[in-house]
Design a protein around this ligand. Structure first.
Ligand code: SAM
Ligand code: DTB
Ligand code: SF4
Length: 324
């Protein structure tokens, strides 16, 4: 198996990755893998810059989908209580606080299978309100129709997060209430509406190495690479079917980040969920492997994320600075 190694080959952005090529990347000796990831990272980014996003759950819990990782699914007994959609003024107040803490993007998440049109009216107001205070806007609301995507774009939405989560082959073991193709359809609607795509997945869900390969192949062969690729380490939540699974070796997580960086050279790769339980050393390896975005602030949607001062200290130690 030959893999591109010249600077010119590395600079080519491809959408025709084969499983064999991606498998060969995963299996590279670690120093070789990291070196390639770093060379590609530096072609397109300043390796000291990290994009800072803050998450908020605008509608928590009670979701009809059965995603086996998710504490917000109504199929499982977890400590998450279902809440109503937040009020506009409360969302805008949180966005102001996120901006003054240093975030450049504000991501609003809702535990919906898909938004009702009445819900979307309110979310569009939130998007406009957050945009007006000078933040990039992101939302993750479940499946969208073409019309809903256009409405969000018109309201000022910059990014839509919609993860493929795992390989097409493993998807049915994780979610039964929707199909992989549903996800791909929504991604198409978002892209066609002119909204930037944020799409990645979760590792550590008991998937095989082949499934991590399949997930990256699918992401890297989308018609356009997602502008943002979140790689989440499963956050195990009591009450979900995946709570008791084996822990993935953190080095496999680092490898997944590196392969995402190499196959999607211009994408911002986010070291996403799972940092609360990750050592500083593992996080540092993720940045070396080409991760250049994090969620900042003590909560993800419902689970803990590192406190801000802990992240400021880590970034200081590593000499990393926020991306504009
Ligand atoms: N309901 C919408 C959907 O599923 O698209 C939006 C919110 S959903 C919580 C957004 C993403 O969070 C999921 O696609 C999944 O990748 C991630 N996620 C949820 N629970 C997680 C967990 N326990 N660990 C890691 N990532 C998780
Ligand atoms: C993404 O890929 N990860 C974020 C965001 N996109 C929406 C969500 C992580 C959720 C972790 C579990 C929780 O806090 O509920
Ligand atoms: Fe619902 Fe999204 Fe959680 Fe799945 S991941 S149960 S769709 S909130």
């Amino acid at each position: 198996m030959t893999i591109a190694t010249s600077e010119r080959d590395l600079a080519v952005v491809r959408h025709d990755w084969t499983r064999g090529e991606v498998r060969a990347l995963f299996e590279l000796p670690f120093p070789e893998l990291i070196f390639r990831a770093q060379r590609i990272h530096r072609l397109h980014f300043d390796p000291t810059e990290v994009q800072i996003s803050t998450l908020i759950s605008i509608k928590t819990g009670g979701c009809p989908e059965d995603c086996a990782y998710c504490p917000q699914s109504s199929h499982y007994q977890t400590s998450v209580k279902a809440e109503k959609l937040m009020r506009l003024d409360a969302v805008v107040a949180e966005a102001r606080a996120a901006k003054s803490a240093g975030a450049s993007r504000f991501c609003m998440g809702a535990a919906w299978r898909e938004p009702k049109d009445r819900d979307l009216d309110q979310v569009c107001e939130m998007v406009a309100g957050v945009k007006a205070i000078g933040l990039e806007t992101c939302a993750t609301l479940g499946m969208l129709t073409q019309r809903q995507a256009r409405r969000l774009k018109a309201a000022g939405l910059d990014y839509y997060n919609h993860n493929l989560d795992t390989s097409p082959e493993y998807y049915g073991a994780i979610i039964t209430t929707r199909a992989y193709q549903d996800r791909l359809d929504t991604l198409g609607h978002v892209r066609d509406a002119g909204i930037h795509v944020c799409c990645g997945g979760i590792v550590g869900m008991g998937e095989s190495a082949e499934d991590r390969i399949g997930m990256i192949v699918t992401l890297a062969n989308l018609p356009a690479h997602p502008e943002s690729v979140p790689i989440n380490m499963l956050v195990k939540v009591e009450g979900t079917p995946l709570a008791g699974g084996a822990q993935l070796d953190p080095l496999e997580f680092v490898r997944t980040i590196a392969v995402a960086r190499i196959t999607m050279p211009r994408s911002v790769v986010r070291l996403s969920a799972g940092r609360e339980d990750m050592s500083e050393e593992t996080q540092a390896l993720c940045f070396l492997a080409g991760a250049n975005s994090i969620f900042y602030g003590p909560k993800l949607l419902t689970t803990p994320n590192p406190e801000r001062d802990r992240d400021r200290r880590l970034m200081g130690k590593l000499g990393l600075v926020p991306m504009d």
